[in-house]
Design a protein around this ligand. Structure first.
Ligand code: PGA
Length: 251
């Protein structure tokens, strides 16, 4: 089964609106040269609307870095799916390790956010990943299994076709330390097998599993050559047009 690759840039808390629009336009140019893959960028909330306008009709997807579970209400600081849809956002990153570890978001909250996205026709990218101490203690697979089972609780087979998973080992995010292609492939294959046991084979075969954590021009090709790696969630290297261009143009 051919899975359409997805190269996603997570801009985190960087870039003013003007900087974001300029980078978005450069990304649209890079993406135009590659019709066989999806490209997504996730600016900070303040730049979302301007970036949506800048990439309109280019095929570049715009993502939010988080999403609320309710449509509206007294939820100070939150942004809902209908609000995001309203300005042209079609993707949301959910459960990023910085949300989990810096802001204390737990599995139950992440699961609610995922349902908020699905109910609002926003494509969720569910992030999972083990810390260094969990890996060293031999707990990688059990941690990931729990994050998948809790994160996807209540998701049915049909909804699962809209979900993207991003495996991001916490020890590789922003550290310059990438998982080796073998380490990443081993985990991606494990995730796909687990999804097959929870859902069904054709769902597991179709789901896109991205790798994230210090992805850069130097390692994208070998990562993308792995059979179960279907794309990348890129932080630092997505903030520069040149390096993100090379990542989009992976071989
Ligand atoms: P990084 O970030 O590429 O800077 O390691 C990845 C991420 O946090 O999604």
């Amino acid at each position: 089964m051919q899975r359409r690759p997805l190269i996603a840039g997570n801009w985190k808390m960087y870039l003013t609106q003007d900087e974001a629009v300029a980078l978005a336009k450069a990304v649209a140019q890079s993406a135009a040269a590659c019709a066989d893959r999806d490209v997504m960028i996730a600016p900070a909330f303040t730049s979302l609307a301007a970036v949506c306008t800048a990439v309109q009709e280019t095929g570049v997807l715009v993502g939010a870095q988080n999403i609320a579970w309710e449509k509206e209400g007294a939820f100070t600081g939150e942004i809902s799916a209908p609000m995001l849809k309203d300005i042209g956002v079609s993707v949301a990153i959910i459960g990023h390790s910085e949300r989990r570890h810096v802001f204390g978001e737990d599995s139950a909250m992440i699961n609610r956010r995922l349902h908020g996205a699905l109910n609002g026709a926003i494509l969720p990218i569910l992030c999972i990943g083990e810390t260094l101490s969990e890996r060293e203690a031999g707990k990688t697979f059990s941690v990931l299994e729990a994050q998948i089972r809790h994160g996807l609780a209540g998701v049915d087979t049909e909804q699962m076709q809209q979900v993207v998973i991003a495996y991001e080992p916490v020890w590789a995010i922003g550290t310059g330390k990438t998982a080796t292609k073998e380490q990443a492939q081993e985990v991606h294959a494990f995730i796909r097998q687990l999804l097959e046991s929870i859902f069904e084979k054709n769902v597991a075969t179709a789901v896109r599993i991205l790798y994230g954590g210090s992805v850069k021009p130097e390692n994208i090709d070998e990562l993308m050559a792995q059979p179960d790696i279907d794309g990348a969630l890129v932080g630092g290297a997505a903030l520069k047009a040149e390096s993100f261009d090379r990542i989009i143009q992976f071989q």
